[in-house]
Design a protein. Sequence first.
Length: 203
Amino acid sequence: MFFGETLDAAFEELNEVAPAGYAAGLKLRFSGPALVRSTYPAEWTKQYEESLMAFWDPVVVWTLANTGHKRWSALNVPDPLKVMTLAREHGLNYGVVLSLGKLSKRSLLGIARSDREFTDEEINQALRIFTRIHKVVTESKTLTENQLEALRLIAGGDLISAASNKLGISESAIKARLKSARIRLNARSTAEAITRAKEHNLL
């Protein structure tokens, strides 16, 4: 199992669980997460990113030292930037944070509602979905250097003929590399393969 429709379908399931949106960071590393997905309001996301709130966000801070899940209302973490108060101005009134994996492959998820606390059943449903997502991302294979090389050239605007000349291989060899990359990424086209590779910080 790798990226693609299976992963997209799992994120679609999260939409059902989190009516006010969700934010996920998968396989967190010093260089950044392998994958980020968010359906929080665009205005809030922009404010959050521009103010670098992730460094102070109680939800994020909690996941650095903990795995499991916790309702936002039960977080006992300092909030000097009033991140949680500001989030409520955008309808993110109630939420749960979920944290999975060892620190070197930590994944976090925040889910939100505007109307009420999440039930235990809803939290368990989100946990089941996010566990599947975490497993796909953290256990997935990376592309080979040959596959990445071919994708980089095409992503940079080269045609098959130009890419083959640059690499000193035949056009059929370039096509074979692109095809194998599409299969590994579960992509229906080279353009989709490039998009998926970029989403997962492979390119």
